[in-house]
Every structure is written in C-alpha cells, then in structure tokens.
Design a protein around this ligand. Structure first.
Ligand SMILES: Nc1ncnc2c1ncn2[C@@H]1O[C@H](COP(=O)(O)OP(=O)(O)OP(=O)(O)O)[C@@H](O)[C@H]1O
Ligand SMILES: [Mg+2]
Length: 243
C-alpha cells in the first residue's frame, strides 16, 4: 500500500547540509500495523512526513497504492492526503475554537460533503471513540486521552485506509495511552486500517505487527509479527527484540 524507495532527505541551514535520511527503503502492506522506533533525532518524524506527502524527499520516491506522490501537483497531493490518509500527532492539533463535533466535521466540510452525510458520520465516529457525550465541549475541557480520541475520529472522518501517527501516546500517562493504543489496534483489526506509528515507547510498539528501528536516518532492525495475546505480547516482543 505504501512504498518508499531510496529516500534521502537533506536539510540545509546556514550553508551547512545535514543528511537526515540516508537512502531508506520501506514497504508497508495493506492492513499492517507498523511501529517505527528510534532515538530522538534519528529521523522518525521526517520519514513519517515524507510517507504522508507533507514534505518532499531530496531524492527517492514514495508510492501510495502505486501512485507516486512526487509526481502529483500540490493540489492533487492535498486531496490524496485528505481522503486516503489520516494524521495523528502527539499534541492532538485540534482547533481550539471549534467544539468536538465541529473538529471531527472539519475534514468532511472541507471535502464538500453534504450536511446530512457530515452529521451522520460525525455521530458514528464519536460513538466509535466513546465521546458522544462530549460532542458539544471544546477541546480545552477534555483530558489528553479524550482529545487524542477526537483527533483519531477526525483522522478517520473521510474513511482513509491509512493512519500515520507520530507519538500518539507521547503526552499521555500509561492508562490513557493504553486506551489510545487499544483504539488503534481495534480499528486495525476490525476495519482493516493500515497504521504506521512512530513511538519511543516499547510498550506502545508491542501493539504493532512489525517494529522498525531507526538510527541516524537508517533502518537498523526489523522485528516481525509479535504475539497478539495481550498478556504475552510485551514479553514476547521484548524477548525477540533482545535477540
Ligand atoms: N525542518 C527542518 N530543518 C532542519 N533540520 C531538521 C528539520 N526537521 C528535522 N530536522 C533535523 O532532522 C533530524 C531528524 O529529525 P526528526 O524530527 O525526524 O527526528 P525524530 O526521530 O522524529 O526525533 P524525536 O524522537 O525527537 O521526535 C534532526 O537532527 C533534526 O534537527
Ligand atoms: Mg519526532
């Protein structure tokens, strides 16, 4: 579903060139849940931004369902991003002046969906993430975990097949983080959603089918298929990770 070929990303600042990704290859299959781990500064967010077409590689290509993001116009890329991908960030990025339901409705509205479709989809999503009662609240009145659930509902509003999440549990305590991970895992399992999640947290990564680790802009390790049973999951993962 998502393929990166020989991705190189360089940044130039004050005449100095820094190479952040060094020719990275990656293939993510439809319906996979992949975690990307690595130290701070190893290039995880940069990679996610390139995969999501939010930024362009210096060299190399990203294909979404065999379509090259780099060959599209900015307008086409915006549409693809909106309809085929959902983004979730560490700091939720909700619009503070809009209520919960308005935040979730925003992509539908931007995409020109009818009033009836928008309202029924928003209600369905808020039901799914367990926030129907808070739909008229403003984000500042919600806990971090609730805000992230709104962000996930918003990301799913146009029914994308792919979620790109950058440290979605980074601002949450273990319990709230676990709720978010369980929600992503359920969407992955029940709706066949493809999830690519950057995380620092080995516990969060244990929810994935495959874990990719990065170091200095390169993929250094891949760990496949971790156990799906909840109690065994983390132990099996850690055991594999350490071999
Ligand atoms: N817009 C930019 N301009 C210049 N350098 C950048 C830019 N964005 C990122 N970098 C540099 O690229 C490197 C990788 O950054 P990136 O944000 O991808 O790391 P990360 O793995 O997500 O780190 P963290 O875990 O701290 O979020 C860092 O050295 C960073 O300073
Ligand atoms: Mg980052």
């Amino acid at each position: 579903m998502l393929q990166a070929n020989q991705l190189i990303k360089r940044y130039e600042s004050d005449g100095a060139i820094q190479t952040v990704l060094h020719g990275l290859d990656l293939h993510i299959k439809q319906g996979e849940f992949v975690a990307i781990m690595g130290a701070s500064g190893s290039g995880k967010s940069t990679l996610l931004q390139l995969l999501g077409g939010l930024d362009k590689p210096t060299h190399g290509d990203v294909f979404l369902e065999a379509v090259n993001l780099g060959s599209m116009s900015e307008r086409e890329r915006t549409l693809i991003r909106r309809r085929k991908m959902g983004f979730v960030f560490q700091n939720y990025q909700l619009l503070p002046t809009l209520t919960v339901e308005e935040n979730v409705a925003f992509p539908l509205y931007s995409d020109g969906r009818s009033r009836t479709e928008t309202i029924s989809r928003v209600h369905e999503l808020l039901e799914q993430v367990g926030l129907k009662e808070q739909m008229r609240s403003f984000p500042s009145k919600l806990s971090g975990g609730q805000q992230q659930r709104v962000a996930i509902a918003r990301a799913l509003s146009l029914k994308p097949g792919l979620i790109l999440a950058d440290e979605p549990t980074g601002n949450l305590d273990r319990k709230r983080g676990q709720e978010i991970l369980q929600l992503l895992a359920r969407l992955h399992r029940e709706e066949g959603l493809t999830v690519v999640m950057v995380t620092h947290d080995i516990y969060a990564a244990g929810f994935a089918d495959r874990i990719i680790t990065m170091q200095d802009g390169r993929i250094t390790q891949e760990v496949g298929k971790v156990a799906k049973s909840n109690d065994q999951r983390l132990e099996n993962f850690v055991a594999k990770f350490n071999t």
